[in-house]
Structures are given as C-alpha cells and as structure tokens.
Design a protein around this ligand. Structure first.
Ligand code: NAG
Ligand code: NAG
Ligand code: NAG
Ligand code: NAG
Ligand code: NAG
Ligand code: NAG
Ligand code: NAG
Ligand code: NAG
Ligand code: NAG
Ligand code: NAG
Ligand code: NAG
Length: 741
C-alpha cells in the first residue's frame, strides 16, 4: 500500500498547563459534525460543534475558551446544526426539548433546544445546561495535519498523560506506544506508563519491511475518537480495531487509506489501528523449542489487551470491540478467532478478503507446523545469514542487522502452530468448535474479482499456459469449458486473463471464505446472524494496482477518472476507501455520481455492524443524522439478510454495488454448498480442511479441495456455474505477482 509521508504543519507539543483535558475542563468532549465525507468541500463542512456536559453558562463559555473556541452562535451562519441536535435526541442522551447553551445575544443569555428553537428566557441565567462550542479545528488530509498546541488535548490513560489533537472530524491520538521495543524473536510485553507526559501527535515508526524504512521499535497504535469522557464519563462507543494487510511482510496502521477520522466521525465509533511485527522479525520459528514464531500475532493480542485496558479513556467500550482486517489482516482476524490467547477479548469480527488455498493463499488459513516452517523457510534464512552452524542460531540471528531480513532469499511470514497462540492447524468450525466463538458476531466477504490483483496477467492466448503459469490446476479448468468459458471479447489475452482471474478468486478466496461462512452457520459456531458480502463496485488503490489497468474502471470521454458502470475487475483492496470513507481525503476523485453515496453506504453498514452486529443501519439514526443517501439505498435494495441455516433463497450473499444492491442473486452459498453438493443435515459436523469427502458424515472438507470436487459437471446448475468454480493445485507456496495489498 502506498504510504506518503505527512507534512506535519507543526509538531511541537507544548506540554504545558494550557493543554486542555476532559478532566481539567470537567466535561466530556464530543465532536459532532454533519459529515458527508466530502471534507472541506462539503456544504456542511462548517457544521461542527463541540458538545459539553451540563454546566452553568459562565462555565460553558470558559470551557469553550479553553478549547480555543467560543459558544456556538446562529449569527456565525454555519450550515445547519439540526442533524446534530436530532442525533442527540435520537440517542436518548437528552430529550427533544433539552436546551443547550449557545452564545449570548447583546442583551441576554441564549440557549437552543433540540428542535432548533432559540430562547433567551429570563430564567436562563440560573440554568445548568449542556453547551455547544464552535469547532474550528481544520480538516486534516493525506498530506497535512495541524497539530499546533491550539488543537491539542490531553487524556490520562495507562498511567501517562497522552497529548493528541483534534481536527475537524475527530480527536486523533497517533503513535501511542502499546509495547516497549521487544527483544528480537520474543513476545512483546505490555507498555505501562510511568506518569509521563507523552506526545501522540505524530505516527510511530512502522515495522521493518522491504522497500521503505522501519524500526524494530514499532509497536504503536493510533486512536481516532469523536468523544473523550471526563472522569470515566457515562457513555461508551463501540470500538473498531483495524489490522492492516500486506502479506505479513508489509503495511502499517499509519497508512492514510485507513485513516480513522471519517469512520469515527460519521460512524460514531472509536477506531484503533495497530502496527505489528512483520516478515521474519515477526514470524520466524526455529526448532530449538524456544523460538516458536507468531510474534506478530502475539503483538496483535498485546495491542488488543491495551485496548481492553485503556480504551475507556478514549470513550470506547471494551466489551464492544469489533476486530476487522483485510487480506493478511483478515487472516489475522481468523487466527484471533482460533487463538486461545484472544478468547473472549472481542465481540465481533469482520475478515475482509481472507485468503486460503490455491498454493499462494494456503498458509493464510492453514497454519504451518514449526517443523515445516523450519525446513521451508528458517533453514534457508539460517544459510543466507551464515547462522546455520553457529553455536547459538538465535543469537547469531539477533546479531544480523534488522534491515537485512527483508532482503534475504526467504522470509518467514507464516503463522505457525506454536501450541500457545495457535493450537490447531485450522480455525475449528465443526459442531464441536469452541463454545466461546458462539458469542462472536461475524460479517465477512470478498471482492468479486479479488484474484484479479493476486494473479499475474500473462500475455498469452493459451489458457493452459496462463493457468499453469499462475499455479492452478489446468486439467480442471481446461476440462470444464462450461464452467470456465472463455469470453469472446476483442482482446484475446484479456479473455484468457478473465478466466484466470476467476479461477484465482474462487481458489484463493471464495472457496475458503464461503466454506467458513457455511460451516459457521451450519454448526452454530458464531453468534446468530452472520452476514456475507461480495463487492461489485471497487476503487482500486492507485498505490497498489497490479495488472493495471484491469482493476480500474475504464476511462471514457464522459468519465475521465473511470466509469464504474462499465465492466472491470473488482480486485483485492478495492473496497478500502469505501469502508474508511477516504477517497477525497486521499486526494482522489469521485469518478461518478455514485461513488460518494456508495462510500457513505459502505461506511454506514460497517459501523452499523460495530454498533449493533447488524450491517443494516437503523433508519431512525440515518434520519436523525440526515444520511439521506443511505436511506434511499436501503429503501431501494431492501434489508441485507443474514445467512441462515436451511433457507434456500433467503438473502445470502449481499452484492455491494451501486446503483441498486438488490440481493436477488444472493442465494448461492446455499445452492452451492448445500443444495447442489452437500447432502448434509443441520447437525452434521463440518471441519474445514480435513478430507475431501463431501458426502459421508461427519462431513469434513477443505475449501481448497472442496472446489475441484464441486466442479464436477453433474453437480452444477448452469445458472450457478459462474459461482461454483475452483481449481487447486497442491504445491509449494509461491509468491504470485506483486506483493499483496
Ligand atoms: C506534565 O505536564 C504538566 C503540565 O505542564 C506538568 O505539571 C507536569 O509536571 C508534567 N509531568 C511530567 C512527569 O513531566
Ligand atoms: C451572517 O449572515 C448575515 C446576513 O447575511 C450577515 O449580516 C452576517 O455578517 C453574517 N455573519 C458572518 C459571521 O458571516
Ligand atoms: C557468509 O559467509 C560467506 C563466506 O564466508 C560470505 O561470503 C558471506 O558474505 C556471508 N554472508 C553473510 C550474510 O554474512
Ligand atoms: C498451450 O500451453 C500449454 C502449456 O503451457 C502447452 O503444452 C501447449 O502446447 C500450448 N498450446 C499451444 C497451442 O501453444
Ligand atoms: C488487452 O488488455 C490488456 C489489459 O488492459 C492490455 O495490456 C493489452 O494491451 C490489450 N491488448 C490489446 C491487443 O488491446
Ligand atoms: C457488476 O458491475 C458491473 C459494472 O461494473 C455490471 O455490469 C454488472 O451487471 C454487475 N453485476 C451484477 C451481478 O449486478
Ligand atoms: C469475464 O467474462 C465474463 C463472461 O464469461 C463476463 O460476464 C465478465 O463481465 C468478464 N469480466 C470482466 C471483468 O470483464
Ligand atoms: C491538504 O490540506 C492542505 C492544507 O489545507 C491543502 O493545501 C492541500 O491541498 C490538501 N491536500 C489534499 C490532497 O486535499
Ligand atoms: C440533508 O441532506 C440533504 C441532501 O443530502 C441536504 O440537501 C439538506 O440540506 C440536509 N439537511 C440538513 C439540515 O443539513
Ligand atoms: C436494479 O436495477 C435494475 C436495472 O437497472 C432494475 O431492473 C431493478 O429493478 C433494480 N432493482 C431494484 C431493487 O431497484
Ligand atoms: C487436478 O485436478 C484433477 C481433477 O480433479 C486431479 O485428478 C489432479 O490430480 C489435479 N492435479 C493436481 C496437480 O493437483
């Protein structure tokens, strides 16, 4: 993922008494704004206010002043604050006739009520009311954020005073340390504050990775929140805990693609994004009985512990944590679902485009033994570093400069069964799966053409050559022309790529993810109401756009930035800007009139899931906040139905696209797994990745072998054929194409 460095306007942290804090002011601080994701160009860009808790008028005025603001006034001609008032009423925090302090007129004190009526009654001077301050902190964006002391705010947490700052949308605490620099190849430990004043106004170092700089002292996280409580406060927001992707070898929670400002502000959640150790420094295991790998996974658990212990101080609810991640981040989510060390520490999970199968993807979901990691990966690393014959291999490896590891011919980037963080080779999804998972709420899915960016575009018109070169099973694909028809477009190599991309998507993503969804529902492994999606609109990250331009909407005379209504591959990572609402913040362009409403809808669906474990946003909330595009979309497309056990045509896989996300083609998980192929009873045991036998009970199958099983022609109904495909070849793990997003 491309990551451009911020030009920080001013980084000087003035650790002086002048830095306000919720405790110092004696008020919760709530940033509210009508955020349509248009940033500074929004018609409601200046609708922001800071809500203070109940107090006298004089205290309200002085608190606003401490924040560098004043009481809000209608004379400022800001765009309407009515959606903010309506939202406060909707939340039940205050009744609709509640009055809030605003600026005085020349002759009298004034308040505004929940309906927007302004009064200056004679009784006001004695009232204790919540108050609305102006909010003039500037917007930040990919290349600029103003961290000057005027916008700083301090929070007491984890035994430190942590100074962050606010922009127009949220409070931002960047680069909070959650672990001291760990000794290489050992688990990180929790960082405990030492009553210091610490700065959280600039990102912490990313972890060592190829191509860019980094540090072994990289265990930092970022927090974005719309709400800071004083003295514990009385409100807690849901928490979204983001685990970045990057093939377990790259990426950082500092990536502006994932900036949490919009999701925190529009979604009213607290977002956390973390760094964890990568590559061999994060995952190398040896056969010495001590060096057991999974350090990066252990870092994630350590960060999760930090959140559970400290997120209340930032307005978050430790009992409502949704972990979410994409690509290797989704694989991390899956590992946390399986890990005894993460058990009970989160309420919900959103794995996005998890990999498993197809050679390259296999190790994301099927965890290696330490022995096989040692023979395939650790030994070549030892050889390359001249550590094979050292009296202490681990000491020898510790003496190698950290920056050397990403350049070695082998990289230990695999989760392993270490007996502590992972105790099984798969996520157990059978009817005997760990009971604790039954409480976890699950939303998962993929991009329609995830594989279009993961596999190489071979310039060939020979299907066998393309399938073989990309590592898939040629005989299955070429031998099933009904399942893998070659399109008849004018570009012959593109026709071949079309088939190859579909094989890659099914083999690496669709099989494992749908199998997990299916087994989870069938065996009641998770909380009731699992949701599954497939994106059919995408906005490929320009910084990571393999095989360009196939993953980009075609450029036409009417659409100079691409026309998403035309066909193109909806590839890996193409959902990220929508989920985080960051298209414009990144400096990119809305390609058509639907990009913005779709971005709003996606963000609203994800944050709804974090709030209620249901991606269908509460229409009352949408009305209160004037999220009218999302209301219109829901009216058009209807409810996103959960997967359900035994229902043939219920809404199963939700197509996420625009215009109109009608779920009419949604039933295929069931037709695919149950109706067409599996003669299973609801009580059957499904163990993912065990055997290929689909037809005898207890049912045990692997998503990577299930797919070739299921493409036998007699089992495929033509209308489902497109979806019911897959090919797989066992083989050494291989890097296909460019690094993952
Ligand atoms: C932190 O800053 C406050 C306010 O300036 C100051 O009173 C206090 O002594 C500082 N604490 C430390 C440990 O430096
Ligand atoms: C608000 O609008 C009124 C009427 O147009 C104008 O007189 C006033 O100067 C404006 N106030 C500000 C702060 O721009
Ligand atoms: C390993 O040893 C060989 C031979 O002594 C030397 O050429 C090579 O540079 C060494 N490699 C490293 C990574 O130290
Ligand atoms: C197509 O590719 C396959 C495998 O690479 C090869 O065996 C075959 O000869 C090729 N066919 C043609 C017509 O070139
Ligand atoms: C076919 O499409 C690919 C991908 O857009 C492109 O690289 C290639 O040049 C096209 N070939 C022809 C003959 O147009
Ligand atoms: C997916 O999107 C394309 C436009 O990019 C559209 O042509 C196609 O009909 C959509 N697929 C479905 C199933 O709606
Ligand atoms: C791939 O080919 C199928 C026909 O087999 C077509 O429906 C689909 O739109 C093509 N995909 C892209 C991205 O062009
Ligand atoms: C970011 O904000 C700065 C300062 O407001 C502005 O000059 C710059 O154009 C903005 N960049 C983008 C990509 O919006
Ligand atoms: C509500 O949104 C609509 C369109 O999105 C806009 O025209 C209207 O001004 C908004 N209302 C308020 C009170 O902000
Ligand atoms: C979705 O769009 C298609 C084509 O424009 C239309 O036929 C269909 O009725 C729409 N469905 C919904 C639910 O709006
Ligand atoms: C490819 O699939 C066929 C049919 O399922 C199977 O017989 C063959 O063993 C597979 N080849 C490899 C290399 O896995």
């Amino acid at each position: 993922m491309a990551f451009k460095f911020l030009i920080v306007i001013l980084t000087v942290v003035q650790l002086s008494q002048s830095i306000p804090s919720p405790n110092g002011i004696g008020s919760d601080l709530t940033l509210l704004i009508n955020n349509d994701l248009l940033g500074p160009q929004s018609p409601s860009a200046n609708s922001g206010v800071i809500l203070l808790t109940t107090r006298s008028q004089r205290s309200a005025a002085s608190a606003c002043e401490k924040l560098g603001e004043s009481l809000w006034a209608p004379e400022l001609n800001t765009s309407s604050i009515q959606p903010t008032l309506d939202y406060l009423t909707f939340q039940g925090k205050y009744p609709q006739d509640q009055q809030y302090w605003i600026a005085s007129s020349p002759s009298a004190l004034r308040a505004i009520d929940g309906r927007g009526r302004i009064s200056d009654s004679e009784t006001l001077p004695w009232a204790y009311l919540p108050a609305l301050c102006t909010q003039s902190a500037p917007f930040s964006n990919i290349s600029a954020q103003d961290t000057s002391s005027k916008w700083q705010v301090a929070v007491h947490s984890n035994n430190d005073d942590i100074t962050g700052f606010r922009d127009r949308l949220s409070f931002r605490f960047l680069g909070i340390r959650y672990a001291p620099q760990p000794k290489r190849f050992t688990y990180s430990t929790p960082y405990i504050g030492a009553k210091n004043n610490v700065s959280a106004t600039s990102y912490g170092s990313q972890c060592i990775q190829s191509g860019t700089d980094g540090s072994e002292d990289c265990l930092f996280l970022n927090v974005w929140t719309p709400y800071l409580p004083a003295h514990g406060g009385d409100t807690r927001k849901p928490v979204m805990f983001w685990i970045h992707g990057g093939a377990f070898t790259g990426g950082t929670g500092n990536d502006p693609t994932f900036d949490g400002g919009n999701i925190a502000s529009r979604g009213d959640v607290v977002m956390v994004a973390i760094n964890y150790r990568l590559g061999s420094l994060g995952f190398l295991a040896l056969d010495d009985g001590v060096t057991k790998g999974n350090y990066g996974l252990a870092d994630i658990v350590n960060a999760l512990d930090w959140v559970r212990n400290n997120i209340r101080d930032f307005g978050g609810d430790p009992d409502r944590i949704t972990i979410f991640g994409q690509s290797a981040g989704a694989a991390s989510v899956r590992a946390l679902l399986a890990s005894p060390k993460a058990k009970g520490k989160f309420a919900a999970a959103i794995p996005m485009s998890n990999l498993g199968g197809g050679g390259y993807g296999t190790t994301y979901s099927s965890w290696m033994t330490i022995d096989s990691e040692v023979s395939t990966t650790a030994n070549p690393i030892l050889t390359a570093t001249n550590c094979s014959t050292a009296s202490s291999k681990i000491d020898c490896l510790r003496a190698v400069p950290a920056s050397k590891f990403p350049t070695l011919p082998a990289t230990a980037r695999y989760l392993v069964v270490d007996g502590t963080y992972l105790t099984t080779s798969e996520l157990p999804l059978g009817s005997d799966a760990e009971g604790s998972l039954s409480k976890v709420h699950l939303l998962q899915g993929l991009m329609r053409d995830d594989g279009g960016a993961i596999t190489s575009y071979i310039q060939t018109t020979n299907l066998s050559e393309s399938i073989t070169t990309d590592g898939f099973n040629t005989s299955v694909v070429v031998g099933s022309p009904n399942l893998f028809p070659i399109p008849e477009g004018s570009n012959a190599t593109l026709n071949i790529f079309n088939v190859t991309a579909r094989v890659a998507t099914d083999t690496i993503f669709r099989c494992v993810d749908q199998a997990a969804a299916y087994a989870g529902v069938l065996n009641n492994v998770f909380a009731p109401n699992q949701y599954f999606y497939e994106f059919n609109r995408s906005y490929q990250t320009p910084g990571w756009d393999p095989n360009a331009p196939v993953c980009d909407a075609p450029i036409t005379s009417t659409h100079p930035h691409g026309n998403p209504d035309q066909e193109y591959f909806k590839c890996h990572s193409g959902e990220l800007y929508y989920v985080f609402g960051t298209i414009l913040r990144m400096g990119y362009t809305l390609r058509d009139e639907n990009d913005l409403p779709f971005e709003q809808f996606t963000l609203d669906s994800w944050t709804s899931f974090a709030r209620t474990y249901d991606p269908n946003p509460d229409v009352g909330l949408l009305k209160a906040r004037n999220y009218s595009n999302t209301i219109a979309e829901i009216e058009k497309s209807g409810t996103w139905a959960p997967l359900s056990n035994g229902e043939r045509n219920g809404g199963m896989v939700r197509q996420l696209q625009w215009p109109n996300t009608s779920s009419t083609i949604a039933s295929y998980i069931y037709s695919y797994f149950q109706e067409q192929y599996l003669d299973v009873s609801p009580t059957a045991t499904i163990l993912i990745m065990e055997s290929v036998d689909l037809h005898s009970a207890p049912h045990a199958y692997t998503p990577s072998t299930i797919c070739p099983q299921q493409i036998s022609k007699e089992h495929v109904e033509p209308e489902h054929a497109e979806l019911d495909t897959g090919a797989y070849e066992h083989g050494a793990t291989q890097a296909l194409g460019p690094a993952l997003g």
